[in-house]
Design a protein around this ligand. Sequence first.
Ligand code: NAP
Length: 284
Amino acid sequence: MKKILVTGAHGQLGSCLRREFDREPQLEVVYTDSDTLDITDREAVERFLGDHRFDIVINCAAYTAVDKAETDEILCSAINTVAVGNLGEAAVRTGAKVIHISTDYVFSGQGFRPYEENDEPYPQGIYGRTKLEGEGLLTSFCQNAVIIRTAWLYSEFGKNFVKTMLALAETKPEISVVADQIGSPTYAGDLAKAIMHIIKGKEWHPGIYHYTNEGVASWYDFAKAIFEISGRNVPVNPIPTSVYPTPATRPLYSVLSKAKIKKTFDVEIPYWRDSLRKCLSALV
Ligand SMILES: NC(=O)c1ccc[n+]([C@@H]2O[C@H](COP(=O)([O-])OP(=O)(O)OC[C@H]3O[C@@H](n4cnc5c(N)ncnc54)[C@H](OP(=O)(O)O)[C@@H]3O)[C@@H](O)[C@H]2O)c1
């Protein structure tokens, strides 16, 4: 029986993974979060992995407050970089493989075609830089890691754009949404299924991979789709990024190429609107 650790288990992806693993009684899964295993605590991580002897560690824990990170670099770096190294080091010592989640924010967002895994990273803010450094530190300890960069995650759990839009629809007569940032809305439930597929696969192929849902959209398109599918009649105004300044620079172009993960692991990836429909049917 495979023994698996999921860190950051109360987060969006962690919660979706738990839902997937609940259907797989042949896997023994231990869930931790900041209250039960603070991954910035190197000794605690080493002890925990030493005691449990996991086959696979899935790191869903992260500092994800992109704007707050701009004034909270020390904590952001501790969680997104140093702690990822802690997990990698302890995993190698105890013979565990690692699946780690990273982000489109490692890129500049100035691209004009889907980013491939070996494109030059050029993060624009603290969050992206600490995530990139986490990738580097992890691979320096652990050559056996699978790193999955994703983007624009949403789910039934935690805080995300879909839930924010649904909440705004209750109080605002109209909503303005940025229309010049392009990416791929990604249902964390689909990413959890892809991770499950990789775990159940016969072969392990370490490396960096990109995973998002299929298709592209602006945040404006995404908001329109949320209201259309959920049957809310809220006018949405398209605005440029310049009208909605944020402390952290957002990538204008965040589309990731999924060719490598599809070819290597034979992963099937749903179209973003189909997955949005699925998530909304559970939410509203
Ligand atoms: N959300 C997105 O749009 C997005 C986009 C691209 C990539 N990603 C990446 O995808 C992954 C999953 O994201 P998500 O949206 O599921 O994140 P999330 O909902 O913010 O969950 C992150 C989890 O990490 C936990 N955590 C924070 N610090 C910790 C620590 N020191 N020790 C242990 N656990 C800690 C948090 O616990 P507390 O709540 O107790 O702090 C939380 O449960 C992350 O690696 C993220 O960088 C996310």
